[in-house]
Design a protein around this ligand. Structure first.
Ligand code: CAA
Length: 289
């Protein structure tokens, strides 16, 4: 992992063309064709992934999803990175799974090959992910955003699960995560009609936490990522695990998990440092231990 890491981030130089349509931001490391990968923030501690199939509205092809997973693995293994931001273009965060790729797939191929099973890497990360959504977040695009921990939306963002209009249903968690986020009635309405909601409606329904002007949303997501990344990474992971417990567990089980994790913070240097710094009226200096 260390080799991978230093390979990716050894020399930050401007984006270079390697072969037509293939880009990398650094002089060494993985080549990415469908995404742009960078580090952001004053301390360069926010991993940044931008979907880059602009002409296809960032339709989530197998190749694009494989690259997202690859970049996430690199950031997850990098001790400097404390949060990740994922975004698309102004027109589309992502317009869903790639319909051209899916058109001729058979049931046997989908079932036998566990189609979409590799899509949930984001939801298994220990590090928090902030989605900065402009434009369309439809089908798999909405599902990808919902796998993130926080969603910020640009004013013109539109969210929807239009699979019903092409004869299928959400297959990457849409029926589950949307229902948990916005409640049964709105989730049913969106999934059964294919109708979209705008950014303000998404905010009112609790799908997104904040709405910003289109040209501000990515910077705001990075600022949020920086705030998270400047906290203790180990404590952040525990907090994330505890919140996610709320989606899986009963109240008593969830509270038990929370208590165990809360007690576990007392096994860390950073809990001691945080409380000591408060009492000494200075800024905490976390070492992620
Ligand atoms: N897959 C493949 N290509 C797509 C795509 C998708 N999901 N969405 C858009 N594109 C392509 C279009 O085919 C078009 O390509 P060409 O120029 O080569 O024809 C290009 O992107 C631009 O799209 P439009 O011309 O349609 O742009 P528009 O502005 O008129 O409409 C849109 C935008 C409303 C998003 C429309 O493109 C659309 O409805 N896209 C499909 C949305 C959808 O159904 N998503 C769900 C997919 S299924 C899924 O995601 C399953 C799952 O749960 C994982």
């Amino acid at each position: 992992m260390a080799a991978l890491r230093t390979g990716v981030f050894r020399l930050a130089v401007s984006t270079m063309h390697c072969r037509p349509g293939v880009f990398r931001k650094y002089s060494a490391g993985p080549l990415y064709q469908y995404i742009l990968v960078d580090r952001k923030g004053h301390n360069q501690n926010v991993g940044f992934i931008q979907l880059n199939r602009t002409k296809a509205l960032n339709a989530l092809s197998d190749g694009l999803m494989a690259e997202i997973n690859q970049a996430l693995d690199v950031f997850e293994a990098d001790p400097q990175i404390g949060a990740i931001v994922i975004t698309g273009s102004e027109k589309a965060f992502a317009a869903g799974a790639d319909i051209k790729e899916m058109q001729n797939r058979t049931f046997q191929e989908c079932y036998g090959g566990s189609f979409l099973s590799h899509w949930n890497r984001i939801s298994t990360l220990k590090k928090p992910v902030v989605a900065a959504v402009n434009g369309f977040a439809l089908g798999g695009g909405c599902e990808l955003a919902m796998m993130c921990d926080i969603i910020y939306a640009g004013e013109k963002a539109q969210f929807g699960q239009p699979e019903i209009l092409i004869g299928t249903i959400p297959g990457a968690g849409g029926t589950q995560r949307l229902t948990r986020a916005v409640g049964k009635s709105l989730a049913m309405e969106m999934i059964l009609t294919g109708d979209r909601i705008n950014a303000q409606e998404a905010k009112e329904a609790g799908l997104v936490s904040r709405v910003y002007p289109v040209d501000k949303v990515v910077d705001e997501a990075i600022t949020c990522g920086e705030k998270i990344a400047n906290n203790s990474k180990i404590i952040v992971s525990m907090a994330k695990e505890a919140v996610n417990g709320a989606f899986e567990l009963s109240l008593s089980e969830g509270n038990r998990l929370e208590k165990r994790l809360f007690h576990s913070t007392f096994a860390t240097d950073d809990r001691k440092e945080g409380m000591t710094a408060f009492l000494e009226k200075r800024k905490a200096n976390f070492n992620d231990q």
